[in-house]
Design a protein around this ligand. Structure first.
Ligand code: GRF
Length: 206
């Protein structure tokens, strides 16, 4: 059993896919679920409350707050919901606030992220636009363990998505998102079922 925290900032479609998978028992062995947003007004936060009726928290990082202190605030919330490194899983799902080394080290290899490109290509913001602009023929999405640099860490799953000549950032994003929803729940199941073994920078699926 794991206690799951999903961290969001926006519309939360990945969050919704994960929560649907839990509801429909495609993901088992999840005990408590918490959604944290760094934006009080995020649509995803409202959806988590209204549609899924699960616990939510919001925490904003104002400029005066150091990354370390922001991390500590998140850890405080996680612990208050019994989400610890030993029994927890933290899924970043469009969480637009960079976590610091304090929380990343404490919850080492317990934090997953989804990114809309085939990492290590096109890290950071607007990954789909970067792919369109670069003229690549294939892009996709990646679920990886979070380490101490943006969009880095051992890769768990990737899915390819073709880039068409007519694609815009929007159309490519939409097609990638469909695959994101599939591989995120697959990666979560692998994590929960202890099928992931990290060897150096490589994730071996047992
Ligand atoms: C997704 O494309 C995810 O890969 C990226 O941010 C987007 C979040 O979308 N990190 P949503 O809020 O899950 O719909």
């Amino acid at each position: 059993m794991v206690n799951l925290a999903i961290l969001i900032s926006g519309k939360g479609s990945n969050m919704g896919a994960i929560l649907d998978a839990i509801t429909s028992k495609q993901i088992l062995e999840v005990d408590k679920v918490l959604v944290i947003s760094n934006k009080k007004e995020s649509i995803g936060l409202q959806v988590a409350k209204d549609r899924y009726r699960i616990s939510t928290e919001s925490i904003t990082k104002d400029k005066k707050l150091s990354t370390n202190d922001f991390d500590k605030k998140i850890i405080h919330i996680l612990k208050s919901y019994d989400i610890h490194p030993s029994n927890g899983l933290i899924c970043l799902a469009g969480f637009m606030q960079i976590l610091g080394s304090y929380i990343v080290d404490m919850y080492k290899h317990v934090i997953l992220n989804i990114h809309p490109s085939l990492l290590p290509s096109f890290k950071g913001l607007h990954a789909q636009k970067q792919a369109v602009d670069a003229g690549v023929k294939i892009s996709g999405c990646t679920v990886h363990f979070v380490e101490n640099a943006v969009d880095t860490g051992p890769i768990i799953l990737q899915k390819c998505v073709p880039v068409f000549d007519t694609d815009t950032e929007y159309t490519l994003s939409q097609r990638i998102l469909i695959e994101e929803h599939k591989i995120y729940k697959e990666a979560i199941n692998l994590f929960i079922n202890k099928k992931l073994k990290i060897e150096s920078n490589r994730v071996i699926i047992k």
